[in-house]
Unconditional design. Structure first.
Lengths: 324, 403
């Protein structure tokens, strides 16, 4: 939110001239009938995607030459807004002349790009980017029908943001590599979530299988767990001085547990770590004796030296143990 | 020809209203709270405006009608101050409203829910209104406020405010009505109907934007929303917006003088337009005519998506509106349409046409012609009317999109 967001976007003014022109006068709208296709020795494939009750519906017609698997003609029918009609029109144009295998590689990004007036300027405003996704979906469905396979078999990866075609794998990788902490950062780095916003969190335009908020939370948790594990491992190998306070306390506790506590408990005593302060010369570990250790003569002499020597050996030579 | 049929969104300011406002910008610009003549010179005009508003609504001298910046402010004021007065500083914890209120009610209620208030959002029937007995059955001992709109912005349907008012009075529960779509469009007589609070906005009845009011029955307690220099008797601080108050007074007077004649004239044009559009096959208008504000039509055109229709109307210089999914920034489906619940397809094919007293017969004729040709063009493109059926397996099994 800033100066440019004070007035809502003027939706229609952000459409490219191509979108406007094709909405007003689509070139490939219409039907191909089965009898006509057959009379030309071709096979007709007709696929629907979406429904009137969803707010968007498209019917794609492919007339395919079965000898070459080439789409010799294509038409569409659309129930939808201007960008849906323009996207469908460009989609059919992109299909004509391609083989089914080539056509199935057409994505919504290609459709949107074909609607641009100039390569740098998006054809539609962000919230309309999703309209071209239906083009991708209906093409896959038509190809599946022709090849007798399920449309999902054309998917090679899990797409989380359809508008920007960003996969689950990419998102996790980018979050890790760049140590991303917010959804806004994810959008800045990958464009995911920057368009129709359905993939950000539940409750958007469309229900999704994966949401950015969950992916971010899961990945961050994995990263934290790895970091903690690494820190714990580092404790054993001597990187004690670079740990956070909490990690240092845990590392001290771990060493005490393993090497010291059992002997104190045997004599009816115990100890706890109160605080750790890092000085220029020493790392001071403040401890408190519990039970029988309180007042025991050895607690300020032999036992104390033993604790300090163990911690020095296991964690850092700069450690000084101070009972309070 | 340009035709503006989005008068439920906002209206043209009547030139007579602009005329009475003009002296209060650069001639009589004093602060009404000042003691000097620059300030007091505005008082006659302000008093006149106050009287115009009281007369138009038949409000009593013991009632307050406090000028605000708009109905959104008035709505926020009632909800948030009832929360302060009766929930935070009282033993109530419940508000009753409807699913089809304006966002200034719904979003405020959601905000109050986060503060711990229980809110009941009543459903509407197939005509898009809440029935009085439904309201009655949801009022409890803990209910602080019932807030129900007088007329709906999308459908124009008029709610049973008189009955609901009586129920609230009998139960001793405060009753607020968002009267934005009623004031200036249909008679609103505050002696005949019991409401504790009524919100209104001048730009819905040919007044300027940025001025509205809140009616408060019997000057009863309602903690201010805006604190400051104790303007408007301490009820709403902020230097009085003199030209806009004067304009609102004139606008409400113009809207309510000879109101039955005005209503008859608008209704005749609305009905003629509606009859002509219903000649199209597979169309549906929400709500019986006699139960609607006289200027409003919400029509569903099967096979024609709302934003696509608006686009074609816009190409023909006709301004209308739709709450359908694709047309809003948020890509949300029309809440009223979904609430009516009769047919999901309605939520995406609804077009709202709202007339004003300035709408002419020639504009209606022009609209009928363009509307019909737009429907013909878009139905020719529409998949809903395609003949060739999908290849086996190519049908849509279920709604693959969210809405």
């Amino acid at each position: 939110m800033a100066k440019n967001d004070l007035l809502g976007a003027s939706l229609w003014d952000a459409y490219s001239n191509k979108v406007t022109t094709l909405m007003n006068n689509p070139q490939h709208q219409g039907e191909i009938f089965e009898a006509d296709a057959e009379s030309r020795g071709n096979k007709l494939i007709v696929a629907d995607f979406g429904a009137e009750s969803c707010g968007d519906a498209v019917r794609l017609y492919w007339e395919i030459d079965p000898k070459t698997d080439t789409i010799v003609n294509s038409k569409f029918k659309s129930f939808g807004c201007g960008t849906a009609i323009a996207s469908s029109d460009v989609m059919t144009e992109l299909c004509i002349g391609k083989t089914v295998d080539q056509a199935v590689k057409i994505t919504n990004i290609d459709v949107e790009f074909a609607l641009r007036d100039s390569p740098e300027i998006p054809a539609v405003p962000p919230q309309k980017m999703h309209c071209s996704v239906m083009a991708y979906d209906v093409i896959k469905k038509a190809a599946g029908l022709y090849k007798g396979v399920d449309a999902s078999s054309f998917e090679t990866e899990i797409i989380v943001c359809e508008c920007a075609r960003v996969s689950l794998g990419t998102l996790k990788e980018v979050i890790r590599l760049n140590d991303l902490k917010t959804i806004e950062q994810i959008t800045d780095y990958t464009k995911a979530g920057g368009f129709c916003k359905s993939c950000i969190k539940p409750g958007g335009h469309e229900a999704r299988e994966y949401y950015l908020v969950d992916i971010l939370a899961d990945t961050r948790r994995e990263m934290d767990e790895e970091k903690m594990k690494a820190a714990a491992d580092a404790g054993a190998t001597g990187d004690f001085e670079n740990m956070t306070l909490v990690q240092q306390i845990k590392a001290v506790d771990a060493v005490v547990d393993e090497n010291v506590r059992q002997f104190l408990v045997m004599d009816g005593g115990n100890m706890e770590v109160i605080d750790i302060k890092k000085g220029d010369e020493y790392i001071d570990i403040y401890i408190r004796y519990l039970g029988a250790c309180n007042g025991c003569a050895s607690s300020s002499t032999g036992t104390l030296y033993a604790i300090e020597a163990t911690l020095k050996e296991k964690l850092s030579k700069r450690i000084r143990v101070l009972p309070i | 020809m340009k035709v503006y049929l989005d008068n439920n969104a906002t209206t043209m300011v009547d030139p007579q209203v602009v005329e009475v406002m003009m002296p209060f910008f650069s001639e009589m610009y004093g602060n009404p709270n000042s003691l000097h003549k620059f300030g007091t010179a505005t008082h006659p005009a302000l008093n006149k405006a106050i009287n115009q508003v009281y007369t138009a609504l038949n409000a009593g001298d013991n009632d307050d009608i406090v000028f605000t910046s708009c109905a959104t402010e008035s709505n926020n004021w009632v909800l948030k101050s009832v929360f302060t007065d009766l929930i935070v500083n009282g033993d109530k914890n419940h508000i009753v409203t409807t699913e089809v209120e304006h966002p200034s009610i719904l979003a405020t209620c959601r905000f109050l829910e986060e503060e711990g208030v229980k809110v009941t959002y009543l459903p509407v029937n197939e005509n898009g209104i809440v029935e009085a007995h439904t309201v009655k059955s949801f009022i409890t001992e803990k209910t602080a406020l019932v807030s129900i709109m007088w007329a709906n912005n999308e459908t124009g349907m008029i709610f049973p405010i008189q009955e609901i008012g009586e129920i609230c009075k009998a139960k001793g529960v405060l009753f607020h009505s968002d009267g934005v779509q009623a004031v200036g469009k249909i008679p609103v007589d505050l002696q005949a109907v019991h409401v504790d609070f009524l919100s209104m906005s001048a730009h819905k009845f040919h007044g300027p934007k940025g001025i509205g009011a809140l009616y408060i029955k019997n000057s009863q307690k309602l903690t201010p929303l805006l604190h400051g220099g104790a303007h408007m008797g301490g009820r709403r601080s902020g230097t009085l917006n003199v030209p806009y108050i004067v304009g609102m007074g004139k606008a409400i007077e113009l809207a309510t003088t000879n109101m039955e004649e005005k209503i008859t004239a608008i209704r005749a044009k609305r009905d003629r337009l509606e009859d002509a559009l219903l000649e199209l096959s597979n169309t549906l208008v929400v709500g019986p005519r006699e139960s609607r504000t006289p200027n409003t039509i919400l029509i569903s055109i099967r096979g024609v998506e709302g934003e696509g229709m608006l686009w074609d109307l816009n190409n023909g210089q006709i301004g209308a509106s739709t709450g359908s999914a694709c047309a809003s920034e948020e890509l949300e489906a029309n809440t009223v349409m979904l609430a009516i619940g009769a047919d999901n397809e309605l939520a995406h094919t609804g077009i709202r046409l709202s007339l004003s007293r300035f709408t002419t017969d020639a504009e209606i004729d022009y609209t009928i012609t363009h509307f019909k040709s737009a429907v013909a063009r878009l139905r020719a493109i529409s998949s809903s009317f395609a003949i060739q059926k999908p290849t086996k397996g190519g049908e849509v099994q279920e709604c693959e999109l969210h809405h």
